[in-house]
Design a protein around this ligand. Sequence first.
Ligand SMILES: Nc1ncnc2c1ncn2[C@@H]1O[C@H](COP(=O)(O)OP(=O)(O)OP(=O)(O)O)[C@@H](O)[C@H]1O
Length: 278
Amino acid sequence: MSQNPDPAAVPGGEPQNVQPAPNGSSQPAPALAIRGLAKRFGQKIAVNGINLDVPAGSFYGLVGPNGAGKTTALSMATGLMRPDYGKVWVHGVDVWEKPLEAKRLMGVLPDGVRLFDRLTGEQLVTYAGLLRGMERETVAERTADLLKALDLAADAGTLVVDYSAGMTKKIALASALIHAPRLLVLDEPFEAVDPVSAANIRDILADYVSSGGTVIVSSHVMDLVQRMCDHVAVVAAGNVLAAGTVDEVRGGQSLEDTFVNLVGGRSTSEGLSWLRTS
Ligand SMILES: Nc1ncnc2c1ncn2[C@@H]1O[C@H](COP(=O)(O)OP(=O)(O)OP(=O)(O)O)[C@@H](O)[C@H]1O
């Protein structure tokens, strides 16, 4: 899966539309810069040579239909899956050439990755902090703060395997935050999370961005992205269809309408007449 395929064998070949790498100009490096990132699984092109700049200090939404390539792109951008082609920099650090340095700058909430779920919630977050080389005392303080902020203090001693889906999401988020990274990459952070916890998480993320951090969230909830994010990229079939500030991308319409216009694919339920009960 991680091998470079023969370019000639890749439908579409090596990405042609690769933008220049972010240079060492007076502009601050983007929090995340992606150039020509591509991945295929067999004949399926999951990510088709995408370019993207996520400005430092932005709250960036990544939206797209099911199977658009969001998780694959974010996995490659965060060093979890090796790209077939392309480069990624986090605050100017090449993720695949200097993975340790790049990963120090990032907190990642991956989608569907298994946690060490035979640990309690408190042990898991503590483990994440110690793995980052943090002082035990700082880890203990921050773990307590995070468990409280995410409404998990009462379940600190419960094994993660016994957590609900939403609780598991929150404990994984706490593990991503413990080392106070400069860039947070969150794949579907609100999935299965109750509305009060979601509001708490939104507040934590808004505070984090206003203090200079950068957040990238993938989400299917357009309304949430429109309210919460200042930038957005719309991805479909492995391509970036639009990217920029939320106002630029939606151009006076709701983000949902823009999304449907860009992505298309609305289908009628006519073929399901057998489902009607009367
Ligand atoms: N490990 C894999 N092996 C084979 N195909 C894969 C693999 N991972 C992803 N794909 C395929 O790549 C495409 C992109 O998948 P991906 O999970 O990145 O989409 P997504 O935008 O995150 O979707 P969703 O919104 O449903 O989570 C899909 O067609 C998917 O079937």
